[in-house]
Every structure is written in C-alpha cells, then in structure tokens.
Design a protein around this ligand. Structure first.
Ligand SMILES: Cc1ncc(COP(=O)(O)O)c(C=O)c1O
Length: 383
C-alpha cells in the first residue's frame, strides 16, 4: 500500500495518508480525540502543543489532497468549505481589491459583498467569460477568484488565460475546484496559487460531513494560511477529517459512476420538449464544450435544467421520487434543488433553473424518475 509516485491516481487514492507500514500497525490513521498534548518543552521545537494548532488526524487528509492537487506542501483542513473560502480572502490586505465573478457560489459572492460593504476590501464583480473585461478589472487588484465549472450554471472559464492575465499583474489566483475535484482539473499545475474545496461535496462523498480544504502551491502562502487558521480557529473536528479521508478512498469510483450517469441523463434530457435548456459541459451543443474538453479530464456529475416558470420547476422538484429535494451535491445519492429558492442566489441564475446532483444509482431509475416528474409537471413526454 505504498505505491510509486508514478502510480495511477486510483491507486494513490487508496494508499495515501496511511500510517507507516510496520508490523501490527493499523491500516487506517487513528482518530485522535484530544484538546491538548503532553508538552513541557519549547513550542518552537515542533512539539505538538494544542489541538487548535494541529491534530494528527488532519494530517493524512492534508497530505493526500496536496498530492492529488500537485502541491509540494500539505493542504489545510477547515471546519467548512466557507471557512476555507474566508481564509483564502484573508490573503488580501485590508482595503485590497478582489476580483470575483458575480455568479460565483452564493456563499462566496455573499462573503465578498459583506467584506466590501464593511470596508475590509474593494470588490470588483466580473463575468469571467468576458476575458477583456476581467483583464481590465485585474489591473491593480490583489486577488482573482475563479470557480469553474460554476455552481450552478456550469460555465467553464478559460482557466489558463485568466491565470496568465493575473500572474502578469502579480495578482494571487484562487480556484474553487469543488465541482471538478483534482481528478478532473488541477489548477495549481496551470499556475493558480491556491485551490479551495468544499470537501463536504465529492471528497467526502456521502452527505455526512461538512469540511473545507485549502491547498497552496508555495510554502510561504501555506504558512500565512496556517497562521490565520490557528488564530481564527476555524478547525475541523477530527472525526470529520477522518471521514473525509475515508470518502476520498472511493472518489474515483464514485465520480466515474456519477459522471457517466450525468452525461447519459444530459443526453437524454437535451431534446426534452418540457425543458427550455439543459446545461452540461459534456454536451457538444453546450457553449463551453470545446473549452471543457480541452481543460477538464471529465465533465462532472452536476446537470442543470431550466423550466420556463418557477411553478413548473417547483412541480418537477416535488414530483421526483428517486431524487431527494435537498441542497448540496457530490454525495452518492441524487439531489435536486431549484436554486433561486435561496434569496441569496445570484440573479444571473434563471428562476426556473433546477440543479441536479447526480449520484451513483442506476441511470435508468434516475431517467424514469425525471421522465415521470417532467410529464407530471408540464404534461409533455420526451417520446
Ligand atoms: C462551489 C462551492 N464552494 C464552496 C462551498 C461552501 O462549502 P461548505 O458548504 O462546505 O461550507 C460550496 C457549498 O455548496 C460550493 O458549492
């Protein structure tokens, strides 16, 4: 269980973060439940001191995610994805300028707007598909936020071009890689500085954990983030970190199956007369398809569909039986949500858009469920 560095990702996922391979050792890291450590020496000597500073249960997960994202320095685990997002914004000096897409995940853009309203930073909102406008916004900025594919519109942005434009201007680039996971996209290798994950989603994979991760490319950025985490205290519980590592072991299998299901459902839904639009970057007709093909190693497991009215969209959600109506995504079970039911959802998201997080059920059961719900809600069949 200690494969070569060149082993396939699927093999590394199984082996990463295991305890040392000695006789009688447990295969899995222990869950260390403690608030403090015996330590009488000099804290600067590297002793463990206090469990807000470090916990041995976080470290296998932090090492594993850094390996997968292609960083030489360990990742950092947080109490939630939003705690990780907030920590990334802390890289911006007070009064500094951040460039953030208006249609980012609503928590991210919501936080940026709050920080800006309180005077902590200056916010320039952009549409990252408009490269020229984004480049102009980067002049004099401190940080560029990128989410790709975006939640829930599934737009794929030109990651290499945006990163290059930011680097030219010495702007720090943070990429939210929650939707793709390191199995489908590795932003640090394209030149991004920091990757964010809501590990609540695909990494944990079973809708039973709330957890965030940051992975920095450089040791000094990691050091600043570690200091911020220690002082602000948004640390994960050891059990959550342990569950996230356990979830990671099956990420390749879960993602392959969910993604294959999503692709097939998107194909079948594409010409359904009840739908105004189907968004999935794997469809050749999707406006971002060519870019997605060039940048991603797979199109992911979220499909967004648009109904022409809120009432019809809500009727579809309530008629589904295999899909569960719930927020979140990335678990083994399929979830459905009309995103604009949240008042905080960006106005760019159409009111009748439904986000489908596709799980690992049999695709025909998911299809039958969608067919009957669309027929019930709109009176139209896909035949
Ligand atoms: C793309 C994206 N980033 C960040 C977050 C925030 O993560 P968490 O809910 O774990 O705090 C989410 C949550 O839905 C998300 O979808």
């Amino acid at each position: 269980m200690h494969p070569e560095e060149s082993a396939h990702t699927d093999t590394r996922l199984v082996a990463l973060g295991r305890p040392v391979a000695e006789n009688a050792a447990a295969l899995n890291p222990p869950i260390v439940l403690t608030s403090t450590f015996r330590s009488a020496g000099d804290p600067e000597e590297g002793d463990r001191v206090y469990a807000r500073y470090s916990n041995p249960t976080w470290e296998p997960l932090e090492a594993a995610i850094a390996d997968l994202e292609g960083s030489e320095v360990p990742g950092l685990a947080y109490a939630s994805g939003m705690a990780a997002v907030a920590a990334a914004f802390s890289l911006v000096p007070v009064g500094g300028t951040v460039v953030v897409p208006s249609a980012s995940y609503n928590g991210t853009i919501g936080l940026a707007r709050e920080l800006s309203a309180g005077g902590a930073l200056v916010l320039r909102e952009i549409d990252p598909l408009d490269l020229a406008a984004t480049e102009a916004a980067l002049d004099g900025a401190d940080l560029l936020w990128i989410e790709s594919p975006t939640n829930p519109m599934l737009d794929v942005v030109d990651l290499p071009a945006l990163v290059a434009a930011a680097r030219e201007r010495r702007v720090t680039v943070v990429v939210d890689n929650t939707f793709s996971t390191p199995l489908r996209q590795r932003p640090l290798l394209v030149g991004a500085d920091v990757v964010v994950h809501s590990a609540t989603k695909y990494i944990s994979g079973h809708s039973d954990v709330v957890l965030g991760l940051l992975i920095a490319r450089d040791a000094d950025v990691r050091e600043r983030l570690l200091r911020q985490r220690t002082l602000h205290g948004a640390i994960p519980g050891p059990f959550e970190a342990w569950l996230a590592l356990r979830g990671l072991r099956t990420l390749a299998l879960r993602l392959d199956r969910s993604e294959a299901n999503a692709h097939e459902l998107a194909r079948r839904l594409e010409h359904h007369p009840a739908l105004a639009r189907v968004r999935y970057p794997g469809l050749p007709a999707d406006p971002n398809h060519e870019r997605a093909r060039a940048q991603l190693d797979g199109y992911g497991a979220v499909v967004s569909i648009e109904l022409d009215s809120v009432e019809r969209a809500d009727a579809v959600v309530s008629a589904l039986r295999v899909f569960t109506p719930a927020t979140s995504l990335g678990g083994v079970e399929s979830l459905v949500e009309r995103r604009r039911r949240h008042p905080a959802e960006p106005r760019e998201v159409p009111a009748g858009l439904i986000r489908l997080s596709i799980g690992i059920e049999h695709v025909d059961d998911l299809w039958r469920d969608l067919e009957q719900a669309l027929e019930y809600a709109t009176g139209t069949t896909g035949d």
